[in-house]
Design a protein around this ligand. Structure first.
Ligand code: ADP
Ligand code: MG
Length: 317
């Protein structure tokens, strides 16, 4: 057997839960429920652009799937199937074993089947396509935000960006704060359970991958509305909160990216339901501002409007 086939067999072939025919044929087969729509998305991770090429392969395996599941969660859909196209500079068995175990740890945690892909030699690049199911007409789009809606975000923002700043020697960190930030950066947790529960509650939803302001900006553009936020209301870890008067920390929270938290809008009348979901799912969900008519985002801090330099991460900057 060819080395490529052995490699696929050993590292990327696992039993499936929702699949008629998985890895090994010319194409995979899935049986679709006629009442459901298929939600499809892809995210590519390129060494040097999205991660350091010497980074921990387990974390990379986890993250390459997690960021894709996050997109499906943001649609209010259930992630079920993924394909993996991977370019490798060489065949490094221990690297592949670690990468594959991180990938499948994430796949098992969120109930996703790896059903196919492609493997080739080339500069290290990982491209995952994810597919999920959502009841027809119930997906959470970016376009439904309305004036008066509250803006909510899950978890804590800025930790990943702070972890990245540490790795780039921009800021010192240690102990629990360092662990928490590196964990946020390397092993993000997609908010799948919440995404599903937000059907019928949220008027719009997005996952925060490029930074809160950039991603909320997508909701505003699609919904033809504006927003006002309070920096103090944005959830972040205690260490970040203590440094929130520093512009660098304001940037981590507002524009750092790689958070993979959900940002969504909902009318005031469902506030109790959202707080109840936060309790049930044991997930912080915080109101950070409001949607209004017009356009653009204003952020207030200590009673004054904040000037923001950079709204988000742009790969072409
Ligand atoms: P083909 O030449 O028909 O494209 P391949 O040799 O590329 O077939 O792939 C053989 C089988 O392995 C296919 O089912 C394909 O989807 C799957 N596959 C290839 N690479 C991967 C991978 N990295 N992860 C999961 N499945 C893969
Ligand atoms: Mg192929």
């Amino acid at each position: 057997m060819s080395p490529e086939f052995n490699l696929i067999q050993e590292y990327f072939t696992r039993p499936t839960q929702h699949t008629t025919l998985g890895v090994g044929d010319d194409a995979a087969l899935i049986a679709l429920n006629p009442n459901m729509e298929l939600a499809i998305s892809a995210d590519m991770l390129v060494a040097g652009t999205h991660f350091f090429s010497d980074c921990d392969p387990y974390g990379l395996g986890w993250k390459s799937l997690a960021v894709n599941i996050s997109d499906i969660a943001a649609m209010g859909a259930q992630a079920k199937w993924a394909t993996l196209a991977i370019a490798l500079p060489d065949i490094n068995q221990s690297w592949l074993a670690e990468f594959s175990s991180g990938f499948f740890a994430c796949a098992n945690t969120f109930g996703v089947d790896l059903i196919g892909g492609d493997t080739t030699r080339g500069p290290l690049t990982i491209s995952v396509q994810i597919m999920g199911e959502v009841a027809k007409g119930h997906a959470l789009k970016r376009s439904g935000a309305a004036a008066g809606d509250t803006i909510w975000v899950t978890g804590a923002l800025g930790s990943s960006a702070l972890g990245l700043a540490y790795l780039k020697n921009t800021t010192p960190l240690n102990g629990d704060v360092l662990n928490c930030c590196l964990n946020a950066l390397h092993q993000p947790t997609p908010r799948t359970a919440l995404g599903l529960k937000l059907q019928g509650i949220a008027t719009s939803c997005i996952d925060i991958s490029d930074g809160l302001l950039a991603d909320l900006g997508h909701i505003l553009k699609a919904s033809h509305t504006g927003a006002s936020l309070s920096l103090e209301a944005i959830p972040c870890i205690a260490y970040v909160r203590e440094h929130l008067s520093e512009p660098a920390f304001q940037q981590y929270v507002l524009a750092g990216g790689d958070d993979y938290e959900l940002c969504f809008t909902a009318p005031a009348r469902v506030e109790k339901e959202i707080l109840a979901l936060s309790q049930t799912l044991n997930l912080p969900i915080s109101p950070i501002g409001h949607i209004h008519e017009g356009e653009g985002i204003t952020v207030s801090y200590q009673g004054k409007a904040l000037q923001i330099e950079k709204k988000g991460y742009d790969h072409f900057d």
